[in-house]
Ligand binder design. Structure first.
Ligand code: AMP
Length: 369
């Protein structure tokens, strides 16, 4: 029996714990989260209710686990670095460190050969105005730390937008060139000592800065996506990362630009549970327990739709219809979150065998625009 400890008890921890049960190795999971009703607790044999910045709580998780991973990205280094010496945390602190700060993250991507939108560090009005003069408008201002799903960002189009954005630069920030992309895509990879496997790349559609839909295959620019896969795998190796890594890109013509990365399962990879021959959670679990990785293949064209708070009623109707019709091609996942809010990720639906066209015809109208 191997015990996987998970720092973070959100939906990523929930699906990791569920998929870990499907391995040949007997696995149980234990999660640490400050919320007593965290989703992952439902699938874990044991739980620790505690904060990520409480060294005693994180160490207790390590002590009670054979191997530890994280699904929460902002675990402080002061806590994790000493624990990496004492316990088996095979992904280590490095990928977290490299991704926790947008400036460091983009510099690291460039240093390892990936193209990024041009960017400047900004920390006051002067540096912001200088950066705008150098990069031009439109440009995107983002806080360096703790940003996700479009939080802590402002699109600057005009002089007036610069004035409005000044409160943002009270904290260290980054100004990026605006990329008028054709579409967004992300690569999810799992690496062990021997090799990197990556999941088929889809096309991501965001709504209000949050992932809304993922279409796999992406259906365009196959050559660019193949180069994206090869360069992403090379990047992961060059950085020496192990375990799981997701990279988000903007695709424009024949070029692709690194936007951000996350050393944890990724929302765009949720489709792999039913849409691929193996999934991102299972391969991460395989890595953690030391099983040989499997190479993922797309099982069928697939569409993944996020269920945000505002989509919940529609998703419940779809779930009822799927159950009544005994459909095996539509999979509705609810994360068991007790409180629903607009823009909160409450679940997702995977439509296996669906294309963008069949999705638009059969399902899209169920959701409020
Ligand atoms: P992020 O939090 O960096 O993933 O940004 C959220 C979303 O904002 C992205 O998925 C894009 O849709 C958009 N965005 C962020 N940065 C840029 C950029 N430099 N150019 C164009 N769109 C961007």
């Amino acid at each position: 029996m191997t015990t996987i400890g998970i720092i973070g008890g959100g939906q990523l921890g929930l699906m990791l714990a569920e998929q870990a049960r499907t391995l040949a190795t007997e696995v149980r999971c234990i999660a640490l989260d400050p919320a007593p009703d965290a989703p992952a607790f439902a699938a874990c044999g044991e739980r620790i209710v505690g904060r990520f910045d409480d060294p005693a709580a994180v160490e207790e998780l390590c002590r009670r686990s054979d191997v530890v991973t994280y699904e929460f990205e902002n675990v402080p280094g002061e806590i994790l670095i000493p624990l990496c010496e004492k316990y088996r945390i095979p992904q280590g602190y490095r990928p977290l460190y490299d991704s926790q700060d947008r400036l460091r993250e983009k510099q690291n991507a460039r240093d390892h050969g990936l193209q990024t939108p041009d960017f400047r560090a900004v920390d006051d009005e002067d540096s912001l105005r200088r950066a705008v003069a150098e990069l031009g408008l439109p440009a995107v201002l983002k806080t360096r730390a703790m940003g996700y799903d479009g939080h802590g960002q402002a699109l600057l189009r005009t002089e007036a937008d610069i004035e409005k954005a000044l409160p943002l630069v009270a904290v260290p920030s980054i100004l990026e060139e605006f990329v008028p992309f054709d579409f967004e895509a992300s690569v999810v990879m799992v690496a062990d000592e021997r090799r990197v496997v990556s999941f088929p790349i889809g096309r991501n559609v965001h709504r209000d800065g949050i992932l809304d839909l993922c279409f796999v295959p992406a259906g365009r620019n196959a050559g660019v996506l193949e180069r994206m896969r090869v360069e992403s795998e090379r990047f992961m190796r060059a950085c020496g990362y192990r375990g799981i890594l997701a990279i988000e890109y903007f695709v424009r013509g024949e070029a692709f630009y690194f936007n951000e990365m996350a050393p944890r399962p990724h929302n765009s990879g949720h489709y792999t549970i039913e849409g691929a021959t193996t999934n991102q959670f299972r391969e991460l679990a395989r890595y953690l327990v030391g099983e040989e990785l499997h190479t993922p293949e797309l099982a069928a064209p697939t569409v993944m739709k996020n269920i945000l708070g505002q989509d919940l009623a529609a998703a419940e109707r779809i779930a009822a219809r799927v159950a009544a019709e005994k459909r095996t091609d539509v999979h509705v996942h609810f994360y068991g979150k007790t409180e629903s809010r607009p823009k909160r990720k409450m679940g997702h639906i995977t439509f296996v065998g669906a294309t963008p066209e069949t999705y638009a015809r059969c399902w899209a109208n169920d959701f409020v625009k």
